[in-house]
Design a protein around this ligand. Structure first.
Ligand SMILES: Cc1ncc(COP(=O)(O)O)c(C=O)c1O
Length: 480
Protein backbone atom coordinates (compact mmCIF):
# COMPACT_ATOMS: atom_id res chain seq x y z
CA UNK A 1 0.00 0.00 0.00
CA UNK A 2 1.46 3.45 -0.87
CA UNK A 3 1.93 6.03 1.88
CA UNK A 4 -0.97 8.41 2.23
CA UNK A 5 0.27 11.94 1.33
CA UNK A 6 -1.90 13.32 4.14
CA UNK A 7 0.08 11.34 6.72
CA UNK A 8 2.81 13.15 8.67
CA UNK A 9 6.34 12.17 7.63
CA UNK A 10 7.02 10.34 10.91
CA UNK A 11 4.02 8.01 10.62
CA UNK A 12 4.70 4.63 9.05
CA UNK A 13 2.06 2.21 7.85
CA UNK A 14 2.18 -0.47 10.57
CA UNK A 15 2.98 -4.10 9.72
CA UNK A 16 0.14 -5.03 12.05
CA UNK A 17 -2.51 -2.39 12.76
CA UNK A 18 -3.79 -4.53 15.65
CA UNK A 19 -0.47 -4.71 17.54
CA UNK A 20 0.27 -2.87 20.80
CA UNK A 21 3.78 -1.52 20.27
CA UNK A 22 5.99 -2.12 23.31
CA UNK A 23 6.91 1.05 25.18
CA UNK A 24 3.76 2.80 23.99
CA UNK A 25 1.12 0.73 25.76
CA UNK A 26 1.15 -0.60 29.34
CA UNK A 27 3.54 -3.56 29.62
CA UNK A 28 1.57 -6.77 29.39
CA UNK A 29 -1.24 -5.27 27.31
CA UNK A 30 -2.26 -8.10 25.00
CA UNK A 31 -5.25 -9.62 23.25
CA UNK A 32 -7.43 -12.54 24.32
CA UNK A 33 -7.82 -15.33 21.74
CA UNK A 34 -11.05 -13.68 20.51
CA UNK A 35 -9.10 -10.47 19.77
CA UNK A 36 -10.34 -8.35 22.67
CA UNK A 37 -7.56 -6.28 24.28
CA UNK A 38 -6.64 -7.05 27.87
CA UNK A 39 -5.00 -4.50 30.17
CA UNK A 40 -3.87 -5.33 33.71
CA UNK A 41 -5.48 -8.73 33.12
CA UNK A 42 -8.93 -7.19 32.43
CA UNK A 43 -10.76 -7.29 29.09
CA UNK A 44 -11.61 -3.86 27.68
CA UNK A 45 -15.12 -4.97 26.70
CA UNK A 46 -15.77 -5.83 30.36
CA UNK A 47 -14.38 -2.45 31.43
CA UNK A 48 -16.56 -0.62 28.91
CA UNK A 49 -19.66 -2.60 29.89
CA UNK A 50 -19.11 -2.02 33.59
CA UNK A 51 -17.93 1.59 33.65
CA UNK A 52 -19.00 2.99 30.27
CA UNK A 53 -16.88 5.04 27.88
CA UNK A 54 -14.99 7.33 27.71
CA UNK A 55 -12.98 5.72 30.48
CA UNK A 56 -9.52 6.36 31.84
CA UNK A 57 -7.80 3.07 32.69
CA UNK A 58 -4.68 3.08 34.87
CA UNK A 59 -2.52 -0.04 35.20
CA UNK A 60 -1.51 -0.05 38.88
CA UNK A 61 1.41 -2.45 38.36
CA UNK A 62 2.79 -0.23 35.63
CA UNK A 63 2.53 2.93 37.77
CA UNK A 64 4.26 1.16 40.64
CA UNK A 65 7.03 -0.33 38.51
CA UNK A 66 7.74 2.98 36.75
CA UNK A 67 7.79 4.80 40.10
CA UNK A 68 10.23 2.25 41.52
CA UNK A 69 12.34 2.33 38.35
CA UNK A 70 12.77 6.10 38.22
CA UNK A 71 13.56 6.20 41.95
CA UNK A 72 16.21 3.50 41.53
CA UNK A 73 17.64 5.15 38.40
CA UNK A 74 18.36 8.41 40.24
CA UNK A 75 19.33 6.95 43.62
CA UNK A 76 21.76 4.46 41.99
CA UNK A 77 23.27 7.05 39.64
CA UNK A 78 23.93 9.54 42.43
CA UNK A 79 25.04 6.89 44.91
CA UNK A 80 27.77 6.03 42.41
CA UNK A 81 29.05 9.60 42.50
CA UNK A 82 28.75 9.78 46.28
CA UNK A 83 25.46 11.46 47.16
CA UNK A 84 21.80 10.87 47.77
CA UNK A 85 18.95 11.53 45.33
CA UNK A 86 15.35 12.00 46.37
CA UNK A 87 12.58 11.55 43.83
CA UNK A 88 9.29 13.40 44.07
CA UNK A 89 6.28 12.38 42.00
CA UNK A 90 4.87 15.52 40.32
CA UNK A 91 1.21 15.11 41.25
CA UNK A 92 0.01 17.57 38.60
CA UNK A 93 0.38 14.75 36.07
CA UNK A 94 -2.39 12.78 37.81
CA UNK A 95 -3.31 12.76 41.47
CA UNK A 96 -5.84 10.73 43.39
CA UNK A 97 -5.49 9.31 46.88
CA UNK A 98 -4.79 5.82 45.48
CA UNK A 99 -2.03 7.03 43.18
CA UNK A 100 -0.55 9.09 46.03
CA UNK A 101 -0.43 5.94 48.16
CA UNK A 102 1.05 3.78 45.36
CA UNK A 103 3.94 6.14 44.68
CA UNK A 104 4.55 6.69 48.39
CA UNK A 105 4.74 2.93 48.91
CA UNK A 106 7.29 2.83 46.07
CA UNK A 107 9.49 5.29 47.97
CA UNK A 108 8.67 8.55 46.18
CA UNK A 109 7.89 11.88 47.77
CA UNK A 110 5.17 14.05 46.19
CA UNK A 111 5.32 17.49 44.63
CA UNK A 112 1.98 19.30 44.87
CA UNK A 113 1.15 22.50 42.99
CA UNK A 114 -2.05 23.79 44.60
CA UNK A 115 -4.11 23.62 47.77
CA UNK A 116 -6.26 20.99 46.06
CA UNK A 117 -3.32 18.70 45.28
CA UNK A 118 -2.06 19.24 48.81
CA UNK A 119 -5.45 18.19 50.19
CA UNK A 120 -5.46 15.01 48.08
CA UNK A 121 -1.94 14.01 49.19
CA UNK A 122 -2.83 14.63 52.85
CA UNK A 123 -6.14 12.76 52.48
CA UNK A 124 -4.12 9.81 51.16
CA UNK A 125 -2.17 9.80 54.42
CA UNK A 126 1.12 10.90 52.84
CA UNK A 127 3.28 12.35 55.64
CA UNK A 128 3.40 16.12 55.11
CA UNK A 129 7.18 16.24 55.46
CA UNK A 130 7.41 14.15 52.29
CA UNK A 131 5.65 16.85 50.25
CA UNK A 132 7.07 19.72 48.26
CA UNK A 133 4.79 22.64 47.35
CA UNK A 134 5.19 24.54 44.08
CA UNK A 135 3.38 27.26 42.20
CA UNK A 136 4.03 30.73 40.81
CA UNK A 137 1.06 32.29 42.64
CA UNK A 138 0.20 30.35 45.76
CA UNK A 139 -2.54 32.06 47.74
CA UNK A 140 -2.13 33.15 51.37
CA UNK A 141 -4.59 30.41 52.35
CA UNK A 142 -2.66 27.75 50.43
CA UNK A 143 0.63 28.80 52.05
CA UNK A 144 -0.99 28.89 55.47
CA UNK A 145 -2.41 25.39 55.04
CA UNK A 146 0.91 24.05 53.75
CA UNK A 147 2.85 25.45 56.71
CA UNK A 148 0.18 24.35 59.17
CA UNK A 149 0.22 20.81 57.75
CA UNK A 150 4.03 20.67 58.04
CA UNK A 151 4.88 20.42 54.32
CA UNK A 152 8.56 19.46 53.94
CA UNK A 153 9.62 22.16 51.49
CA UNK A 154 7.90 25.13 49.90
CA UNK A 155 9.37 26.30 46.61
CA UNK A 156 9.53 30.10 46.60
CA UNK A 157 8.79 31.37 43.11
CA UNK A 158 9.02 35.16 43.45
CA UNK A 159 10.45 37.89 45.67
CA UNK A 160 7.00 38.68 47.06
CA UNK A 161 6.50 35.12 48.18
CA UNK A 162 9.44 35.22 50.61
CA UNK A 163 7.56 37.47 53.04
CA UNK A 164 4.32 35.52 52.53
CA UNK A 165 5.90 32.18 53.46
CA UNK A 166 7.72 33.80 56.39
CA UNK A 167 4.42 35.28 57.62
CA UNK A 168 2.71 31.89 57.42
CA UNK A 169 5.62 30.29 59.27
CA UNK A 170 5.48 32.97 62.00
CA UNK A 171 1.72 32.53 62.36
CA UNK A 172 2.26 28.84 63.08
CA UNK A 173 5.40 29.27 65.16
CA UNK A 174 7.41 27.17 62.68
CA UNK A 175 10.64 27.39 60.75
CA UNK A 176 9.75 26.51 57.13
CA UNK A 177 12.23 24.85 54.79
CA UNK A 178 12.17 26.59 51.41
CA UNK A 179 13.80 26.29 48.01
CA UNK A 180 14.18 29.11 45.51
CA UNK A 181 13.05 28.40 41.95
CA UNK A 182 15.37 29.90 39.36
CA UNK A 183 15.25 30.12 35.59
CA UNK A 184 18.43 28.51 34.38
CA UNK A 185 18.00 30.17 30.98
CA UNK A 186 17.99 26.77 29.26
CA UNK A 187 15.25 26.64 26.65
CA UNK A 188 14.26 22.98 26.52
CA UNK A 189 13.55 21.50 23.08
CA UNK A 190 9.87 20.88 23.55
CA UNK A 191 6.60 22.67 22.81
CA UNK A 192 6.82 26.40 23.68
CA UNK A 193 4.15 26.01 26.39
CA UNK A 194 6.12 23.15 27.98
CA UNK A 195 9.45 24.98 28.28
CA UNK A 196 9.75 26.63 31.68
CA UNK A 197 13.31 27.82 32.34
CA UNK A 198 13.89 30.40 29.59
CA UNK A 199 13.61 34.05 30.57
CA UNK A 200 10.35 35.13 28.94
CA UNK A 201 7.86 33.20 31.09
CA UNK A 202 6.26 33.34 34.50
CA UNK A 203 8.10 30.76 36.59
CA UNK A 204 10.97 31.34 39.01
CA UNK A 205 13.47 34.17 39.38
CA UNK A 206 16.39 35.14 37.14
CA UNK A 207 19.74 33.52 37.91
CA UNK A 208 21.18 37.02 38.41
CA UNK A 209 18.68 37.83 41.16
CA UNK A 210 19.12 34.58 43.04
CA UNK A 211 22.03 35.55 45.33
CA UNK A 212 20.25 38.65 46.57
CA UNK A 213 16.99 36.77 47.15
CA UNK A 214 18.73 33.94 49.00
CA UNK A 215 20.21 36.57 51.35
CA UNK A 216 16.68 37.85 51.97
CA UNK A 217 15.51 34.29 52.69
CA UNK A 218 18.44 33.66 55.01
CA UNK A 219 17.71 36.88 56.91
CA UNK A 220 14.27 35.56 57.95
CA UNK A 221 14.52 33.59 61.15
CA UNK A 222 11.35 31.68 60.22
CA UNK A 223 12.81 30.39 56.92
CA UNK A 224 15.47 27.74 56.38
CA UNK A 225 17.09 27.83 52.94
CA UNK A 226 17.28 24.29 51.53
CA UNK A 227 18.65 25.02 48.07
CA UNK A 228 17.83 25.91 44.49
CA UNK A 229 15.12 24.51 42.28
CA UNK A 230 14.84 24.52 38.51
CA UNK A 231 12.47 22.79 36.09
CA UNK A 232 13.41 23.29 32.46
CA UNK A 233 10.20 21.94 30.95
CA UNK A 234 8.29 18.84 30.08
CA UNK A 235 8.37 16.01 27.51
CA UNK A 236 12.12 16.42 27.03
CA UNK A 237 14.13 13.70 25.30
CA UNK A 238 17.80 13.20 26.06
CA UNK A 239 19.90 14.45 28.98
CA UNK A 240 21.60 17.46 27.35
CA UNK A 241 19.13 20.17 28.48
CA UNK A 242 19.14 18.83 32.05
CA UNK A 243 22.95 18.67 32.04
CA UNK A 244 23.31 22.25 30.77
CA UNK A 245 20.87 23.48 33.38
CA UNK A 246 22.66 21.47 36.09
CA UNK A 247 26.03 23.03 35.30
CA UNK A 248 24.60 26.58 35.52
CA UNK A 249 22.88 25.74 38.80
CA UNK A 250 25.95 24.14 40.36
CA UNK A 251 27.93 27.33 39.64
CA UNK A 252 25.29 29.40 41.47
CA UNK A 253 25.01 26.78 44.22
CA UNK A 254 28.79 27.10 44.79
CA UNK A 255 28.53 30.90 45.13
CA UNK A 256 25.64 30.54 47.61
CA UNK A 257 27.72 28.19 49.78
CA UNK A 258 29.96 31.15 50.66
CA UNK A 259 27.02 32.66 52.60
CA UNK A 260 25.74 29.58 54.43
CA UNK A 261 24.64 25.99 54.00
CA UNK A 262 22.96 24.83 50.77
CA UNK A 263 22.08 21.21 51.44
CA UNK A 264 20.06 20.38 48.30
CA UNK A 265 19.74 20.94 44.58
CA UNK A 266 16.45 20.13 42.83
CA UNK A 267 16.56 19.79 39.04
CA UNK A 268 12.81 19.24 38.51
CA UNK A 269 11.10 16.80 36.16
CA UNK A 270 10.28 16.70 32.46
CA UNK A 271 11.52 13.28 31.32
CA UNK A 272 9.82 12.46 28.02
CA UNK A 273 7.72 9.41 27.16
CA UNK A 274 6.61 7.84 23.88
CA UNK A 275 3.23 8.92 22.51
CA UNK A 276 3.75 7.42 19.05
CA UNK A 277 5.92 4.70 17.58
CA UNK A 278 8.20 7.45 16.22
CA UNK A 279 9.16 8.73 19.70
CA UNK A 280 12.58 7.49 20.86
CA UNK A 281 12.85 8.11 24.57
CA UNK A 282 16.09 6.45 25.69
CA UNK A 283 16.42 4.75 29.05
CA UNK A 284 15.85 6.73 32.25
CA UNK A 285 18.92 5.06 33.81
CA UNK A 286 21.15 6.56 31.11
CA UNK A 287 19.64 10.02 31.57
CA UNK A 288 20.14 9.76 35.34
CA UNK A 289 23.75 8.67 34.93
CA UNK A 290 24.53 11.44 32.49
CA UNK A 291 23.09 14.08 34.84
CA UNK A 292 24.94 12.54 37.82
CA UNK A 293 28.24 12.67 35.97
CA UNK A 294 27.73 16.30 34.96
CA UNK A 295 26.75 17.34 38.49
CA UNK A 296 29.72 15.43 39.99
CA UNK A 297 32.16 16.98 37.50
CA UNK A 298 30.78 20.50 38.05
CA UNK A 299 30.95 20.12 41.84
CA UNK A 300 34.50 18.83 41.62
CA UNK A 301 35.44 21.72 39.34
CA UNK A 302 33.91 24.21 41.78
CA UNK A 303 35.59 22.47 44.72
CA UNK A 304 32.32 21.90 46.60
CA UNK A 305 30.73 18.79 48.12
CA UNK A 306 27.90 17.16 46.20
CA UNK A 307 24.51 18.28 47.55
CA UNK A 308 21.54 16.01 48.13
CA UNK A 309 19.85 15.93 44.72
CA UNK A 310 16.12 15.97 44.01
CA UNK A 311 14.05 15.25 40.88
CA UNK A 312 10.34 15.53 40.12
CA UNK A 313 9.11 13.26 37.33
CA UNK A 314 5.37 13.23 36.71
CA UNK A 315 4.62 12.16 33.15
CA UNK A 316 7.31 9.44 33.25
CA UNK A 317 5.56 7.69 36.16
CA UNK A 318 1.93 7.69 35.04
CA UNK A 319 1.82 8.57 31.32
CA UNK A 320 2.48 5.16 29.76
CA UNK A 321 0.48 3.40 32.52
CA UNK A 322 -2.79 4.92 31.32
CA UNK A 323 -5.01 4.38 28.33
CA UNK A 324 -8.39 5.89 27.44
CA UNK A 325 -11.21 3.77 26.07
CA UNK A 326 -13.75 5.37 23.75
CA UNK A 327 -16.64 4.11 21.68
CA UNK A 328 -16.72 5.03 18.01
CA UNK A 329 -19.90 6.91 17.10
CA UNK A 330 -19.47 7.89 13.46
CA UNK A 331 -16.94 7.52 10.66
CA UNK A 332 -16.61 9.90 7.75
CA UNK A 333 -14.22 9.63 4.80
CA UNK A 334 -12.92 12.97 3.56
CA UNK A 335 -11.30 13.22 0.09
CA UNK A 336 -8.61 15.86 -0.26
CA UNK A 337 -6.11 16.87 -2.90
CA UNK A 338 -2.43 17.17 -1.97
CA UNK A 339 -0.13 18.47 -4.70
CA UNK A 340 -2.38 17.08 -7.40
CA UNK A 341 -2.84 13.70 -5.69
CA UNK A 342 -6.23 12.70 -4.31
CA UNK A 343 -6.06 11.15 -0.87
CA UNK A 344 -8.51 10.09 1.81
CA UNK A 345 -8.54 10.68 5.52
CA UNK A 346 -11.10 8.80 7.58
CA UNK A 347 -12.54 10.83 10.44
CA UNK A 348 -13.43 8.56 13.36
CA UNK A 349 -15.52 10.38 15.95
CA UNK A 350 -15.58 9.10 19.52
CA UNK A 351 -17.70 9.78 22.59
CA UNK A 352 -15.12 12.01 24.35
CA UNK A 353 -12.53 14.44 23.06
CA UNK A 354 -10.87 17.63 24.18
CA UNK A 355 -12.79 17.55 27.49
CA UNK A 356 -10.94 14.37 28.54
CA UNK A 357 -7.71 15.04 26.63
CA UNK A 358 -6.87 18.70 26.07
CA UNK A 359 -3.26 18.06 25.03
CA UNK A 360 -3.74 17.83 21.25
CA UNK A 361 -5.66 21.14 21.27
CA UNK A 362 -3.27 22.74 23.77
CA UNK A 363 0.10 21.58 22.48
CA UNK A 364 -0.57 19.88 19.16
CA UNK A 365 0.30 16.64 20.98
CA UNK A 366 0.31 13.40 18.98
CA UNK A 367 -1.24 10.16 20.20
CA UNK A 368 -1.71 6.59 18.96
CA UNK A 369 -4.87 4.49 18.76
CA UNK A 370 -5.93 0.88 18.24
CA UNK A 371 -9.26 -0.85 17.83
CA UNK A 372 -9.34 -2.61 21.21
CA UNK A 373 -12.58 -4.58 21.08
CA UNK A 374 -11.54 -6.87 18.22
CA UNK A 375 -8.84 -7.57 15.68
CA UNK A 376 -9.31 -6.92 11.99
CA UNK A 377 -7.55 -8.02 8.84
CA UNK A 378 -8.81 -5.01 6.86
CA UNK A 379 -6.13 -2.89 5.14
CA UNK A 380 -4.99 -0.03 7.40
CA UNK A 381 -6.24 3.44 6.44
CA UNK A 382 -5.17 6.86 7.62
CA UNK A 383 -7.52 8.08 10.33
CA UNK A 384 -7.98 11.16 12.45
CA UNK A 385 -9.74 10.40 15.72
CA UNK A 386 -11.94 13.35 16.58
CA UNK A 387 -14.00 14.11 19.66
CA UNK A 388 -17.63 15.11 19.99
CA UNK A 389 -17.10 18.76 20.91
CA UNK A 390 -18.02 21.89 18.98
CA UNK A 391 -14.48 22.74 17.86
CA UNK A 392 -12.76 21.57 14.70
CA UNK A 393 -9.57 21.44 16.81
CA UNK A 394 -11.23 18.79 18.97
CA UNK A 395 -8.82 16.05 17.97
CA UNK A 396 -7.81 13.03 20.03
CA UNK A 397 -5.37 11.39 17.62
CA UNK A 398 -4.26 13.59 14.76
CA UNK A 399 -2.97 10.76 12.57
CA UNK A 400 -2.67 7.00 12.86
CA UNK A 401 -3.40 3.96 10.72
CA UNK A 402 -6.33 1.78 11.79
CA UNK A 403 -7.96 -1.18 10.04
CA UNK A 404 -10.18 0.30 7.33
CA UNK A 405 -13.32 -1.40 8.66
CA UNK A 406 -13.29 0.63 11.89
CA UNK A 407 -16.96 1.27 12.52
CA UNK A 408 -19.55 2.68 14.92
CA UNK A 409 -19.65 0.62 18.11
CA UNK A 410 -15.95 -0.26 18.06
CA UNK A 411 -14.08 0.25 21.31
CA UNK A 412 -11.03 2.38 20.59
CA UNK A 413 -8.04 2.61 22.93
CA UNK A 414 -5.67 5.58 22.97
CA UNK A 415 -2.19 5.02 24.41
CA UNK A 416 -0.20 6.95 27.01
CA UNK A 417 -3.04 9.02 28.42
CA UNK A 418 -2.08 8.52 32.09
CA UNK A 419 -0.52 11.98 32.48
CA UNK A 420 -2.09 15.41 31.99
CA UNK A 421 -5.36 14.08 30.57
CA UNK A 422 -7.59 13.57 33.60
CA UNK A 423 -5.79 16.41 35.38
CA UNK A 424 -6.45 18.83 32.48
CA UNK A 425 -9.99 17.60 31.83
CA UNK A 426 -12.96 19.96 31.62
CA UNK A 427 -16.73 19.99 31.36
CA UNK A 428 -16.74 21.67 27.94
CA UNK A 429 -20.16 21.25 26.32
CA UNK A 430 -21.34 20.05 29.75
CA UNK A 431 -19.62 16.75 29.17
CA UNK A 432 -19.31 14.88 32.49
CA UNK A 433 -15.70 13.87 33.25
CA UNK A 434 -15.06 10.13 32.83
CA UNK A 435 -14.25 7.76 35.68
CA UNK A 436 -10.72 6.55 36.36
CA UNK A 437 -10.45 2.80 36.80
CA UNK A 438 -7.41 1.01 38.21
CA UNK A 439 -6.62 -2.42 36.78
CA UNK A 440 -4.22 -5.09 37.94
CA UNK A 441 -4.02 -8.85 38.48
CA UNK A 442 -7.20 -9.37 36.49
CA UNK A 443 -9.35 -7.03 38.63
CA UNK A 444 -10.63 -3.50 38.15
CA UNK A 445 -11.96 -0.87 40.51
CA UNK A 446 -12.96 2.74 40.05
CA UNK A 447 -10.55 5.04 41.87
CA UNK A 448 -12.25 8.25 40.74
CA UNK A 449 -16.00 8.20 40.15
CA UNK A 450 -17.17 9.48 36.79
CA UNK A 451 -19.34 12.57 36.80
CA UNK A 452 -22.99 12.50 35.81
CA UNK A 453 -25.15 15.23 34.31
CA UNK A 454 -26.78 15.44 37.75
CA UNK A 455 -23.37 16.39 39.21
CA UNK A 456 -23.19 19.23 36.72
CA UNK A 457 -26.75 20.36 37.41
CA UNK A 458 -26.15 20.23 41.16
CA UNK A 459 -23.70 23.14 40.81
CA UNK A 460 -26.02 25.14 38.59
CA UNK A 461 -27.82 27.22 41.18
CA UNK A 462 -30.63 28.08 38.80
CA UNK A 463 -31.39 24.38 38.46
CA UNK A 464 -30.93 23.36 42.08
CA UNK A 465 -33.02 26.19 43.57
CA UNK A 466 -36.53 27.07 42.41
CA UNK A 467 -36.81 29.78 39.75
CA UNK A 468 -37.94 33.23 41.06
CA UNK A 469 -41.44 32.82 39.62
CA UNK A 470 -41.75 29.46 41.35
CA UNK A 471 -40.50 30.95 44.62
CA UNK A 472 -43.10 33.73 44.40
CA UNK A 473 -45.80 31.19 43.66
CA UNK A 474 -44.62 29.02 46.56
CA UNK A 475 -44.77 32.04 48.88
CA UNK A 476 -48.41 32.60 47.84
CA UNK A 477 -49.20 28.93 48.32
CA UNK A 478 -50.09 28.48 44.67
CA UNK A 479 -49.83 25.09 43.11
CA UNK A 480 -48.08 25.53 39.80
C1 LIG B 1 8.03 22.34 38.85
C2 LIG B 1 7.66 21.11 38.11
N1 LIG B 1 8.20 19.93 38.48
C3 LIG B 1 7.88 18.79 37.84
C4 LIG B 1 7.00 18.79 36.78
C5 LIG B 1 6.68 17.49 36.11
O1 LIG B 1 7.00 17.46 34.77
P1 LIG B 1 6.85 16.07 33.98
O2 LIG B 1 5.49 15.57 34.22
O3 LIG B 1 7.08 16.44 32.57
O4 LIG B 1 7.91 15.18 34.52
C6 LIG B 1 6.43 19.99 36.35
C7 LIG B 1 5.51 20.00 35.20
O5 LIG B 1 5.00 20.97 34.74
C8 LIG B 1 6.77 21.18 37.04
O6 LIG B 1 6.23 22.35 36.68
Amino acid sequence: MPDNPLAPAWLQIPDDANAFAPGLWPAGMRRDPDGVAVVGGVRVDDLAARHGTPLYVLDEGEVRSRAARVRRAFTDAFERVGTVAEVYYAGKAFLSTDVARWVTQEGLRIDVASGGELAVALAAGVPAERLGFHGNNKSAQELDRAVEAGVGTIVIDSEQEIARVAAAASAHGRVQRVRLRVRSGVHAHTHEFLATAHDDQKFGVALDDAERLVSVIRAHERLEFAGLHCHIGSQIFGPEGFARSASRLVALHARLLRGGPVPELNLGGGFGIAYTSADRTGEIEETAQHIAQVVAAECEGAGIPLPVMAFEPGRYVVGPAGITLYTVGTTKPVMLEVEGVRAQRLYVSVDGGMSDNARPALYGADYSARIAGRVSVAEPVLVRVAGKHCESGDIVVDADYLPGDVAPGDILAVAATGAYCWSLSSNYNHQPRPAVVAVGDGASRAIVRGETVDDLLARDLGASTPAPADRAAEAQGEDR
